[in-house]
Design a protein around this ligand. Structure first.
Ligand SMILES: Nc1ncnc2c1ncn2[C@@H]1O[C@H](COP(=O)(O)OP(=O)(O)OP(=O)(O)O)[C@@H](O)[C@H]1O
Ligand SMILES: [Mg+2]
Length: 310
């Protein structure tokens, strides 16, 4: 295994704004790592420091066993990058852009290889259209193809699926998993928490430049109290009263009654009691805790603290 990224006490200040505040994290080789956080948390700043595009104010970072304070020359060709604000070259076609990009990093990309890459991101039909004529999602796909040129050992994807349609998003998940299965490493930022939950081996949530939570998605979800929520759709206040009369804790949200079951062994008994309710229901379903719940709890708590401090 081994570490591909080691960040220690990293700080990036822009005058009074501390975009990154004493951040430390590690990424294992051959894993998918996801950096999460609300807008302005410092994700892109962190990623771009690790890509050698911005310099840190203090702290240190090693990427592919290389201290990045010493420059990026030795590792540039092993690292693939999709910037958050990627824009294609206006007048190059995807086919030309992929090949040109390879040549910049001393990688000879044959026409056949370029075509294959474009096929992988489902852009073959647009291979010969000028960059400026591509749709938003097509531009994103081209950016992803360019980041993959030369089979990098480490791939940074800053919000790769923003603007992609649901099918394209899932295709990209498959691609990311394949990269991982080849022993390569993916560093991903995203606002789609389901994506991080599905893909990431490890997650760091940051807020105002600081790390506020870390762990595998499963650990983070379990830490907030495992359990399942049973939703009684449209049961209303009368439903809530009946549930409570049966000694079950519940709450009302938007006309639905929510029952939290934390101990799986109790599930059957609770369900039996709920089945005996005498109220009309629109529907009934169970909901498990997700990474999005964790995110909203953790970041929500930090935001409240911020309000109290101010
Ligand atoms: N060059 C800069 N000069 C001044 N402030 C900056 C600069 N770059 C970033 N910032 C500030 O640093 C903070 C972190 O920005 P960053 O782009 O890293 O956030 P992010 O987590 O990627 O957010 P998003 O989810 O919106 O992409 C923001 O408050 C931003 O305004
Ligand atoms: Mg960003």
């Amino acid at each position: 295994m081994g570490l591909v990224i080691e960040v220690h006490d990293l700080v990036k200040a822009y005058g009074d704004v501390h975009a990154v505040e004493h951040l430390s994290l590690e990424v294992q080789k051959g894993t998918i790592f996801s950096l999460l956080g609300p807008n302005g948390a410092g994700k892109t700043t962190t990623v771009e420091i690790l890509e050698g595009l911005r310099t840190a104010t203090s702290g240190n970072a090693r990427v592919l066993d290389h201290d990045i304070a010493e420059g990026y020359a030795g590792i540039r060709e092993h690292v693939g990058v999709l910037p958050q604000d990627f824009e294609p070259f206006d007048r190059l076609t995807p086919l030309e852009a992929v090949r040109y990009w390879g040549s910049l990093f001393k990688k000879e990309v044959s026409k056949a290889d370029a075509k294959k890459l474009l096929e992988e991101v489902s852009l073959s039909e647009r291979a010969n259209l000028q960059g400026m004529r591509l749709s938003g999602g097509e531009k994103r796909k081209l950016g992803i193809a360019m980041s993959l040129v030369g089979e990098p050992d480490l791939l940074f994807l800053d919000e790769p699926t923003t603007g992609l349609d649901p099918k394209a998003r899932r295709d990209l998940w498959a691609l990311i998993r394949r990269v991982e299965s080849e022993g390569r490493t993916v560093f991903l930022t995203t606002h789609y928490l389901d994506e991080a939950e599905q893909l990431a081996d490890d997650v760091v949530i940051m807020h105002k430049g600081r790390l506020v939570a870390r762990g595998s998605p499963a650990d983070l979800i379990a830490r907030g109290g495992a359990g399942t929520t049973i939703v009684l759709g449209g049961a209303g206040p009368e439903g809530l009263a009946q549930v409570q009369r049966r000694g079950i804790q519940a709450e009302l949200r938007d006309g639905d009654v929510l029952v939290r079951v934390t101990n799986p062994a109790e599930m059957k008994t609770v369900l039996a009691k709920l089945a005996a309710l005498d109220v009309p229901l629109k529907d009934m379903y169970t909901q498990r805790r997700t990474l999005e719940d964790v995110f909203l709890t953790v970041v929500g708590a930090k935001m409240k603290e911020g309000v109290l401090e101010a």
